[in-house]
Structures are given as structure tokens and as C-alpha cells.
Design a protein around this ligand. Structure first.
Ligand SMILES: [Zn+2]
Ligand SMILES: [Zn+2]
Length: 232
């Protein structure tokens, strides 16, 4: 198993404060897919129907059906990191949606890495990202945006994606757990630093949508996550 948490999440909607009518209501669709039950997310605007797919790890046809059912125009596929359980359906989903692929440069080589693919029972594909994204950049399509937070530790090119009141945390932070660091490129002190300095500093009410398992909040993880004991 690639990660420690493995429970299904359910579909959820996240909105914005009722007093800010200028912001669109966002759709968050959660799909736990494949043998590793990695969470693939659709993040889109109710208003413009523009959106992103995050981590299409498996079951490409199911992801595509969800996109079609929601009537969305997918501008970007964004990867939180390069592990195959998050990228297994990438080729097919890219082909059908014509969306551009965005990811951190330090994990881009992993898409073709035979060793990590064989370790998890996947086959690598010849895919090159269309856009390399680093700390502080924002990926935008119409009224949908996600800001890149570079959180190395689980892999060197791990990123979290910050939206309006939520963060997609990939395999960096889970509910009551953190990502493993024993795979190639993992670093246990780095992941703690990443989480403490870049995630636990987010507002308390920020919803956390992890790469595996159920969602959480920053305040809940700051208080109860047994791997994070900096004394908050
Ligand atoms: Zn991973
Ligand atoms: Zn994973």
C-alpha cells in the first residue's frame, strides 16, 4: 500500500462566505480510485463550468464520465506528485479532455520512471508536462484558480494546491496521518518542515482534501495529528 490511510471519501461541495457574492460557488468531486484508492478530485466553478482534474490515478472512464455528467470544460490536469497511483489514468484522461498537464518540475521525470512504476504495478507512459509549476504560482482557468505550495518530503516535487478555503494536500498530509517517506526521493524531516511551515500556517477552517482517505481541516490536524507535535 502506498499510503497509510485508505478510506473512501464522499463528494462534497465547498463554497464561500455568503457575504462575498462575487466569488463563484465551487464544485469539489472526490473519487477514490484503483487498487490504492488514491483520491482524484474535480475542482470546478458552478458558474463557468471551467475546472481542473487533480491526480487522475486510475479508472479513466469513471473520471471522464464524472466530467461529462457535470458538464465541465477541463483546462488543466494538475498532479500533486508523480507517483503512479496518482497518474495511472493520465494518458487517457489527457487524450479525451485535451487538458494541459501541470506539475512540479522535480517530479516530472517520475512519469517515465520504470522502477517506481514496477514497484506499484503500473506501466510508465511517455508523457511530458505542458507546464511546470513551482511555489507561489497560480494555475487559473476562467474563475477557477489554485495556488501552488511546494511541500517536499513524500517526494521532492510534491505540491499542495490552495483554493478558496481548501487545500488539496496530495500525499503530504492526511487525516491523522502524513505521507510515507521511504520511497525514492522521500525525506522524513523535510515532510514535517513542509507541513509545519506551509500547511499548519493556513487558516484553521481550511478544508484538507488529501491524496488518500477522508477530508479534514487544518485546525483538526494541528490539534490531533499524532505525527505533528510541534506544540501548537
Ligand atoms: Zn505518493
Ligand atoms: Zn498516493
Amino acid at each position: 500500500m502506498l499510503c497509510q490511510n485508505n478510506k473512501n471519501d464522499s463528494t462534497a461541495s465547498c463554497g464561500l462566505s455568503a457575504d462575498d457574492v462575487r466569488m463563484p460557488v465551487m464544485i469539489v468531486e472526490t473519487m477514490s480510485l484503483g487498487e490504492y484508492q488514491a483520491n482524484c478530485y474535480i475542482y470546478a466553478s458552478e458558474t463557468s463550468r471551467a475546472g481542473f482534474i487533480i491526480d487522475p490515478g486510475d479508472e479513466a472512464e469513471f473520471i471522464l464520465e464524472s466530467v461529462n455528467n457535470l458538464g465541465l470544460n477541463i483546462g488543466y490536469i494538475i498532479l500533486t506528485h508523480g507517483h503512479p497511483d496518482h497518474t495511472g489514468a493520465l494518458a487517457r484522461v489527457m487524450e479525451k479532455t485535451k487538458a494541459r498537464l501541470a506539475m512540479h518540475p522535480l517530479d516530472a521525470g517520475m512519469l517515465k520512471d520504470k522502477f517506481i512504476h514496477s514497484l506499484l504495478g503500473f506501466s510508465p507512459a511517455e508523457i511530458t508536462p505542458d507546464r511546470l509549476i513551482v511555489q507561489g504560482e497560480t494555475v487559473t482557468q476562467e474563475d477557477v484558480f489554485l495556488k501552488v505550495i511546494h511541500t517536499p518530503g513524500h517526494t521532492p516535487g510534491c505540491i499542495c494546491l490552495l483554493g478558496d478555503g481548501l487545500v488539496f494536500s496530495g500525499d503530504t498530509l492526511f487525516r491523522l496521518n502524513i505521507g510515507r517517506t521511504d520511497l525514492p526521493g522521500g525525506n522524513s524531516s523535510q515532510i514535517i518542515t513542509s507541513i509545519n511551515d506551509k500547511l499548519l500556517t493556513l487558516p484553521d477552517v481550511t478544508t484538507v482534501y488529501p491524496g488518500h482517505g477522508p477530508s479534514s481541516t487544518i485546525s483538526y490536524e494541528r490539534q490531533y495529528n499524532p505525527y505533528l507535535n510541534r506544540g501548537y
